[in-house]
Design a protein around this ligand. Structure first.
Ligand SMILES: [Zn+2]
Length: 296
């Protein structure tokens, strides 16, 4: 609706002109909200106001009073936006900019600029309560960190957006980290095109039967026992049977998997393996990966 409104180009009026200065400098909704929207939609600044759903990834301080918010939006992909006055105690954003919040927001898009400008944020679902449980909190932070590192800027990805929401909700509801994180790793790698074939040996291409497969951090995938020679002693074993079970589970909804009897044996090893691929793709050490290792 708002996008429709700003397309209008009102004639100049005293009220409109007065409003512009006040609203724009304050960067806030003022009493003449309607006029402000119209003004910004007019040709002078040509900054369209866009409405989108988003997940707050994290925030960074900007100067004394503002923050830069890293967001994964449904309609625009991953973006960064300036939230004026967000560091102030009585910020108009309230708790909406907490990491992992699922929000609806309005941003001014500035042409040829990296940073958008946040206009208003409304909270749809909070994941703030997860902070009470340290392991769940760290797991959710892992999801957010990977999303920020792996998802390209300004690339719409509806499936990744739904994945993030589903995984955060499962963490919040079930307080278990293995299955939600394995599901997340599996799908985020698959959606990004980085998931290796988990049914064959990376070295020789032989299909695994029911034996043990191995992985080491330097490898892009798994190897069978026949190709294990010469690999570092750090190579870790993984059950091919569990791996197949995980793949079957990931083909369906996460909630269904969570409602099932239990987790497959060796799921932590599979999670470790998928996380090391995520880390290889982001080309940096993930802070939260080592934190998870400490609590599991
Ligand atoms: Zn092989």
């Amino acid at each position: 609706m708002l996008e429709g409104l700003i397309a209008l180009r009102p004639s100049r009026s005293a009220a409109w002109a007065r409003c512009v200065g006040r609203h724009y400098r304050a960067g806030a909704r003022c009493g003449n909200f309607m006029y402000c929207l119209r003004y910004v939609g007019a040709s002078t600044f040509a900054m369209p106001l866009v409405e989108t759903e988003a997940i707050v990834l994290r925030t960074y301080r900007l100067g004394e009073a503002d923050k830069i918010v890293s967001l994964f939006t449904r309609q625009m992909g991953r973006i960064r936006a300036v939230a004026s006055g967000a560091q102030r105690t009585k910020s108009r954003y309230g708790g909406a900019l907490e990491s992992m919040s699922y929000v609806r927001l309005w941003v001014f898009e500035r042409e040829n600029r990296d940073l958008s400008r946040l206009n208003a944020v409304e909270i749809l679902e909070s994941f703030f309560d997860m902070q009470k449980d340290y392991a769940t909190h760290i797991a959710a932070q892992f999801v957010v960190e990977v999303a920020e590192q792996l998802l390209p800027e300004r690339e719409v990805n509806e499936r990744a957006f739904r994945l993030l929401l589903v995984v955060l909700r499962a963490l919040k509801r079930f307080r278990e980290i293995d299955r939600p994180l394995v599901y997340f790793d599996y799908w985020i790698l698959r959606l990004a095109g980085f998931l290796p074939d988990l049914t064959v040996c990376t070295e020789c291409g032989r299909r695994f039967e029911t034996e043990t497969a191995y992985y080491a951090e330097i490898l892009p995938g798994l190897v069978g026992p026949e190709c294990r020679q010469g690999m570092a002693a750090s190579a870790r074993p993984m059950s091919v049977r569990s791996l197949a079970e995980v793949q079957r589970a990931c083909a369906g909804p996460l909630d269904k998997w969570m409602a099932d009897t239990g987790k497959p044996s060796g799921i932590s090893e599979i999670r470790g393996f998928l996380e090391s691929i995520v880390e290889a793709q982001t080309e940096r050490r993930l802070i939260t990966k080592s934190l998870i290792a400490e609590v599991t």
